[in-house]
Design a protein around this ligand. Structure first.
Ligand code: F6R
Length: 609
């Protein structure tokens, strides 16, 4: 999605904006631009392509500006081009935008009829035109922004500058994320924390329809809903992420670094709760009455987080015997969901800013569900809006393809499942000791699995020429098959499907021909014998089978290649079986020369519906 940065301070704004934009590159984009105020007016430079291309078009003379805005664009309205790149300017008002203005056509027609000329195909350009026309009518900046934003439908995070106010930038949001960076005599705006992490670790999350004015002296937040000035002292959030977390630290890609950070991410997420997961539930305000009376659990999420929800469904059903309904967030909201009294709604989201997930969570809240979010970003929208939050401690995740967030989510959900089991009197604390001690050992076993990276790299050679791949699993490993397929398709652009192995004969087996790669997730569990038969079925039709298993001897002579993973409790085994699939996708994409950290058409945080 589009990325916004802004600076108001005493330093030279240009290098700060460029550095911040580079740190937003991981979100994915197709063009970029900046606007700087240097006392003589606003200069704007834009380009199609990457930040280094933008640097190429900025003249050396542009220095000494202490306020500015920057933008990376992910095209929605209009092709990637210089004209459509932000910032957009009209009548001395400059705007950068993330989001979608749904009623821009009507607004544009109206502006054209009153004499405005447009130079882009974007939805955004209506905004500077509207603000400047209100300023011309004599409205104050606050009144103009209030008037304009009340007429915009859709979502927006905006950075705004005006030629008449050279030391000031403004920020406002509705729906799309925007944080204020709180420094010393310098203040920032950004779509995402990593952009400005080298400059401050203190942030304020703007609420919807709050206008923030930033100058080198201070910031001022005003509610456009008529509540006046908003005190923000207690809204400053301090994060313990270091700027180096947003760097590759010797790894070729963020994705690889994050795959290797999984032992630590899982370990930090489990933390001290491993001894008493039932206390974690109390911490989350899930008291005895709530947990015992729990009639149903709704879990919603998107993409990789949705796959974590599917794994959790097995854990919760097995350990806590609660019916679990898992749904894709973008579907939940439109499904006329049934929220019973006593049902709990869990959203899972790495970023805490995914528009579909937020919309689903709001829908559940509006139907009086108790909401819990499992989230990785402190203070994010999902965290602020849910009744309770369980933070995964994966650290900053920059790679567009989610890896360490997934394993951390599964580990967190495992704690919740054990906690629910204890609370509901199904298992005693002592009875869960074996499972808990195996969970505590998972980081060490992930480490061991990661040692397979060279072997998997070799294997990737054979996959990189494939037209398509099938990933098969059963039970708790079916979501892992789906996750493996998602990883492969999103970064290597090889078509892949994750399927329940038993379902193949009902249709998809028609796809198998001589040499079709089939990756089977087959650790030992009660379905092991069944999956052996499924392997025979695809082998008989010529498939080239790669098996991920902790039972190599049983599979060695039945498949073409075995990737061995360590043995653990069957409910925890997804935390290990997913690792080779992440590495396989990574190495395949690298061999194909794909841009692993910024896959085409994708964005890290999907902030539009
Ligand atoms: C895939 C991936 C996406 C995200 C999805 C949800 O590798 O990263 O599918 O999992 O967009 O994002 P969050 O978890 O931030 O809500």
């Amino acid at each position: 999605m589009c990325g916004i940065v802004g600076y108001a301070g005493k330093e030279n704004a240009l290098p700060i904006l460029i550095e911040a934009l580079k740190r937003l590159e991981y979100r994915g984009y197709d063009s970029a631009g900046i606007a700087c105020q240097n006392g003589k007016g606003i200069e704007i430079y834009k380009t199609k392509g990457k930040i280094k291309d933008l640097q190429g078009v900025i003249p050396d003379s542009l220095s000494g500006a202490c306020t500015g805005l920057g933008h990376t664009r992910w095209a929605t309205h209009g092709i990637p081009s210089v004209q459509n790149a932000h910032p957009h300017c009209a009548g001395g008002v400059v705007v950068v935008h993330n989001g979608i203005i749904e009623n821009y056509r009507e607004l544009k027609l109206h502006l054209i009829s009153s004499g405005c000329e447009f130079s882009s195909d974007t939805d955004t350009e209506v905004i500077p035109h509207m603000i400047s026309s209100h300023l011309k009518k004599g409205l104050s900046f606050y009144e103009a922004v209030k008037e304009v934003t009340s007429n915009l439908s859709g979502t927006f995070a905006l950075g705004i500058m005006s030629e008449t106010d050279p030391h000031t930038i403004y920020a406002i949001r509705k729906g799309s994320p925007l944080v204020i960076g709180y420094g010393v005599e310098e203040f920032f705006i950004a779509s995402d924390i990593p952009a400005i992490l080298p400059y401050t670790n203190k942030f304020i999350y703007l609420e919807d329809k709050q206008l923030c004015k930033l100058t080198p002296r201070d910031i001022e937040i005003t509610s456009l809903n008529g509540h006046g000035c908003v005190p923000f002292g207690d809204k400053i959030v301090q994060v313990d992420w270091s700027p180096s977390m947003a760097e590759k630290n010797g790894y070729e890609h963020f994705m690889l670094k994050e795959i290797f950070e999984q032992p630590e991410a899982v370990n930090n997420t489990i933390g001290e709760w491993i001894d008493h997961p039932e206390r974690l539930l109390e911490e989350l305000n899930l008291n005895l009455k709530m947990t015992v009376g729990l009639g149903k659990l709704d879990i919603i999420a998107c993409g990789t987080s949705y796959h974590a929800a599917l794994v959790a469904q097995f854990m919760i059903k097995n350990l806590a015997r609660i019916p679990v309904h898992v749904e894709i967030a973008s579907e939940y909201r439109y499904s006329n969901p049934i929220v019973d009294k006593g049902s709990l709604f869990i959203s899972i989201t790495q970023s805490g800013e995914t528009a579909d997930t937020l919309a689903a969570q709001r829908e559940a809240k509006s139907r009086n569900a108790k909401t819990l979010t499992i989230c990785n970003v402190v203070g994010s929208t999902a965290a602020r809006e849910a009744d309770s939050v369980l933070y995964t401690r994966a650290g900053l995740e920059m790679g567009v393809a989610s890896t360490k967030a997934f394993t951390s989510q599964v580990a967190a959900l495992c704690l919740i499942s054990i906690g629910l089991s204890i609370k509901r009197g199904l298992l005693g604390v002592l009875e869960t000791k074996g499972l808990r001690s195996q969970l505590a050992k998972i980081p060490e076993l992930i480490d061991k699995t990661l040692m397979k990276t060279e072997e998997i790299k070799e294997l990737a050679n054979t996959l990189s020429h494939a037209k398509g791949c099938m990933y098969l699993g059963r039970g708790i490993h079916f979501p892992i098959a789906m996750e493996g397929a998602l990883k492969l398709k999103e970064i290597s652009y090889i078509h892949a499907e994750g399927y329940p192995a038993g379902e193949m004969k009902h249709g998809p087996i028609a796809l198998i021909e001589e040499g079709t790669p089939v990756i089977v997730v087959a650790p030992m569990n009660e379905l092991f014998e069944k999956i052996l038969s499924n392997i025979e079925e695809v082998k008989a039709r010529g498939a080239r089978v790669i098996a991920v298993t902790d039972e190599p001897e049983r599979l060695m002579h039945r498949v073409d290649y075995v990737i061995e993973i360590p043995s653990t409790h069957p409910l925890l085994s997804p935390l290990l079986s997913v690792i080779p699939l992440q590495l396989l996708a990574y190495h395949t994409a690298v061999l194909k020369g794909c841009d692993v950290d910024q896959p085409r058409n994708l964005a890290k945080s999907v902030t539009v519906e």
